[in-house]
Design a protein around this ligand. Structure first.
Ligand code: DQA
Length: 153
């Protein structure tokens, strides 16, 4: 992912989409929970919706905590960040600190409703420093976050 700079007056809004660990496996990973769609499909839907809203999405996935911290840092000047930190949501203080330091509004998303699952998923250490949280709507969680960040809610 390149360095995202703020939209120059009137330019498209730049939204960074950051996917965490195991989300590269979507499509085959526990489809009963996460659905049959792939990460590529989510990224394609986001790109199409962004184009409608006069925005652009830059998508990045990593299984590594440090790489995700770096991605959040690079996105500090974006107009918004959509972050699904996967399991790191529940315990990564490093990612929380990166989000807290970011000038960009960050929306935490989850495909599944983490509050309806195991107790260890009920806590997000990142949510308190996010602009908002959307969980439980499958791939639509990402689309809803995009709408929120481009002011189309
Ligand atoms: C997830 C929920 C997390 O608890 C889990 O570890 C994931 C995916 C979701 O999108 O529903 O990897 O973030």
């Amino acid at each position: 992912m390149g360095e995202l700079t703020p939209a120059a007056g009137g330019g498209p809004k730049r939204i960074a989409v950051i996917h965490g660990p195991n989300l590269n496996l979507l499509g085959t990973r526990e489809p009963g929970i996460y659905g049959a769609g792939t990460l590529e499909e989510i990224n394609r839907r986001l790109a199409a919706a962004a184009a409608e809203f006069g925005a652009v999405c830059e998508c990045f996935q990593s299984n590594g905590e440090g790489e995700l911290v770096s991605a959040v840092q690079r996105a500090a000047l974006a107009d918004g960040v959509i972050l699904n930190a996967g399991a790191y949501t529940h315990y990564s203080i490093a990612l929380r600190d990166a989000v807290a330091a970011s000038a960009a509004p960050v929306v935490e998303v989850h495909l599944s409703n983490i509050h309806a699952r195991e107790a260890f998923r009920h806590v997000s250490v990142i949510a308190p420093v996010c602009r908002g949280v959307i969980a439980g709507f499958g791939a639509d969680s990402y689309l809803l976050a995009l709408r929120a960040l481009v002011g189309r809610v």
